[in-house]
Design a protein around this ligand. Structure first.
Ligand code: NAD
Length: 315
């Protein structure tokens, strides 16, 4: 199968390199000049696993304007605030037969993708795996081969033949995909998870394990999970997990799966890049307001993250 990764960052490289190694034809499209030039200069991307065994993987990378490929599936891994620009600049390569797969965090991408792709071609989900971009053309896959899982669903909630083919390729590449037929519930489970762990770890500049070791962590998590679920229930979203199961997932990932990991929102903050908080906690606030519910704790946290961004960027 032919895949093109839109957004050659941490996750774009992880998905693209592993799909390529599983026997697929993969191209990468990216807009960050230092990254594209570095990959071209060194003849590929440097890949390590848990800081070990760094090696060069040859990849083809293009700027959007020069790209002429027509993949079967676009794999989209930009940050939420970059997506509209990427889509506009790559639109000349989109056609009606192509599928689009994304496991970006937050909410906001679905509407943007539907401006270019038919609902029946959109597959979205969540990736429960950690990856770090050390710099241009240099990525670190956290966890052993086969680590992590992903959930995905068709926007139409009706898996077709192509969806099953994509799932087979993801299985071969050891992403451990779990196909559901609950689109919003699948995406929102990760939004709720991130609204707790990503946001609090970023504000306090701590790893997930450090967060989990605080004796009051459960109480903090519960308040945010309860408020998020109150929003989702008012919006009529059928959640994948119960509130208790969501809390258990926060605890499992923080203590067992990724205790040493700083979430991707922290990585953005530490590089003085804008975070995705408006698409995570901020999304829950906006959704609540549509149903006349004030998610006050999520609104407060959104402000705190913006205050931290503002403080770091101040001269
Ligand atoms: P990333 O920041 O590594 O890459 C996204 C884009 O930003 C790429 O186009 C990359 O070239 C560009 N970029 C990276 N650093 C830059 C810099 N310093 N200056 C300019 N451009 C730069 O993003 P990611 O971590 O791959 O995340 C993509 C999506 O996947 C996001 O929605 C994220 O929340 C989600 N996600 C990330 C992880 C993770 O562990 N990294 C896990 C699950 C989901």
């Amino acid at each position: 199968m032919k895949f093109t990764v839109l957004g050659a960052g941490a996750m774009g490289y992880r998905y693209g390199v592993l799909l390529q190694e599983a026997g697929n034809q993969v191209d990468f499209v990216d807009t960050w000049e230092k990254n594209v030039e570095k990959v071209r200069e060194q003849g590929g991307v440097l890949v390590a696993r848990d800081h070990q065994d760094q090696h060069l993987v040859p990849v083809n990378v293009y700027y959007p304007e020069e790209y002429q490929g027509h993949p079967d599936v676009w794999v989209v891994f930009t940050k939420q605030m970059q997506l509209a620009d990427f889509l506009k600049r790559t639109a000349h390569c989109f056609d009606e037969k192509q599928y689009v797969l994304t496991c970006m965090n937050g909410m906001g991408h679905v509407e943007k993708l539907l401006e270019y792709f038919k609902p029946a071609k959109l597959i979205a989900g969540t990736a429960l795996v950690a990856t770090v971009l050390n710099g241009p053309g240099d990525v670190d896959f956290i966890g052993a081969r086969g680590a992590g899982t992903m959930n995905l669903a068709n926007y139409t909630e009706k898996p077709d033949e192509m969806t099953h083919k994509v799932v087979t390729e993801l299985e071969k590449a050891q992403f451990n995909p779990n196909l559901t037929t609950n689109f919003m519930g699948t995406l929102l489970a990760k939004v709720v998870f991130n609204s707790v762990v990503n946001t609090l770890c970023t504000l306090f500049e701590i790893t997930m394990g450090e967060f989990a070791s605080y004796p009051g962590a459960d109480e903090l998590s519960k308040q945010l999970i309860n408020e998020a679920y109150d929003v989702c229930e008012r919006a009529g979203i059928q959640m994948l997990n119960t509130r208790q199961a969501e809390l258990e997932s926060v605890n499992y990932v923080s203590t067992v799966a990724n205790p040493l990991h700083y979430p991707s929102m922290y990585q953005d903050m530490s590089h003085n890049r804008p975070t995705e908080v408006d698409y995570i906690n901020g999304y829950l606030v906006e959704l609540g307001r549509k149903y006349r519910y004030e998610a006050t704790t999520h609104a407060f946290l959104t402000h705190l993250v913006h205050l931290a961004e503002h403080t770091r960027q101040a001269p």
